[in-house]
Design a protein around this ligand. Structure first.
Ligand code: FMN
Length: 336
């Protein structure tokens, strides 16, 4: 049987995490053409309960805009009685292949109903919903989950439902919903989940360096890694983990990598957002996710810019000598 996994038979896949407000189609295009993750995920598509059109047009555009050659997984959030199955049917009818169900979102309304991390409150609803989805999803069906609401052993209560419904893989961020982003991801627990799971497990949480990535793979035995905040702060993290970019670039190299990336991101944002204020706000929200003390002054000066043109000029000044370095990385990515 051929693999339904988005990354096919590629061992140790590296995936870009879904991040609401961050991993829009512009950012995915930049990652997909530079560091080429083994799969990209959309921000979550929120199902609109009771609406004749459970998926908005904006979400349809996001869900169907792919980077050629890079598999796209569309993430949905919602519960069966809110119309998540109908929403997925609509997505599939527009060509979507891979669907991921969010069972981890810790924010606001998502946890007060049976969606996102809130689905842990009603584990009996999980298998019927996933089984219905299994019938209609042509490519992979997967779940991205935290370890529980306030008890990290809760995941073991729902794992049998995932497998009974026939999901293809599971992404685990080993923090509870209550923890939000405090503390550290518990990769000892990830290891236990890997050991007890009948489907491939992708480990997620707090991977920010190549060394850290190797440690998590070694400690957990996970089938692959999903990179979130670490990849936004350091897009070349994908290549560092693959060994095709230096693990510890010096300050100048790091500045140039970031400048090149942000410059490409700015160009992508100019095509999907409108007006300097919106474009700059989006780019600055990405810059705010770069917690690098060595680049803090430079990032601050980028964030001070009030026009797209002046921001571009500042980035261009830092990019100049980077083109050749990027060309090498691109060539290596293609030859992988
Ligand atoms: C700004 C932001 C938005 C996020 N949005 C989503 C989302 O839409 N769907 C989802 O499953 N997880 C979402 N997450 C969680 C990440 O996908 C990931 O599980 C989490 O950040 C832990 O991984 P990391 O330590 O590599 O960042 C979001 C995280 C952040 C920081």
């Amino acid at each position: 049987m051929t693999s339904k996994l988005p990354w096919g038979t590629q061992p140790n896949p590296l995936l870009l995490a879904p991040m609401q407000g961050v991993t829009n189609r512009g950012l995915r295009e930049v990652f997909g053409t530079t560091v080429v993750p083994d799969a990209l995920f959309t921000e979550f598509v929120r199902v609109r309960p009771g609406s004749a059109t459970p998926v908005t047009n904006a979400d349809f555009i996001e869900a169907t805009t792919e980077v050629p050659g890079v598999p796209l997984v569309v993430q949905v959030i919602g519960s069966a009685d809110e119309g998540v199955v109908q929403a997925c049917q609509d997505l599939v009818s527009r060509g979507v292949q891979h669907i991921n169900v969010n069972m981890g979102c810790p924010w606001g309304r998502m946890t007060s109903i049976l969606a996102g991390g809130g689905m842990f409150s009603a584990p009996e609803t999980v298998e019927p919903m996933l089984s219905e989805l299994r019938e209609i999803v042509p490519g992979s069906l997967s779940v991205k989950t935290r370890s529980g609401i306030d008890d990290e052993r809760q995941i073991f209560e729902v794992m049998p439902a995932f497998e009974a419904a026939g999901i293809d893989f599971l992404v685990v961020h080993s923090r509870t919903v209550k923890q939000k982003y405090t503390g550290a991801a518990n990769h000892d627990l990830t290891r236990e989940i890997v050991e007890r799971s009948g489907v491939p497990v992708i480990a997620n949480g707090d991977v920010t360096t190549a060394v850290g990535a190797a440690e998590v793979v070694e400690a957990t035995g996970a089938a692959g890694l999903m990179l979130g905040r670490g990849a936004i702060a350091d897009p070349w993290l994908f290549n560092r983990i693959r060994g095709t970019a230096p693990d510890k670039p010096n300050g100048e190299e790091r500045r140039q990598e970031l400048a090149c990336h942000l410059s490409m991101l700015l160009s992508a944002y100019e095509t999907i957002f409108h007006g300097d204020a919106q474009i700059l706000a989006k780019l600055k929200s990405v810059i705010a996710m770069i917690p690098d003390p060595d680049q803090a002054r430079w990032c601050k000066s980028l964030k001070k810019q009030k026009r797209v043109l002046s921001l571009r000029t500042l980035l261009n000044d830092s990019v100049s000598s980077f083109e050749s370095l990027r060309a090498v990385d691109l060539a290596e990515s293609r030859h992988r």
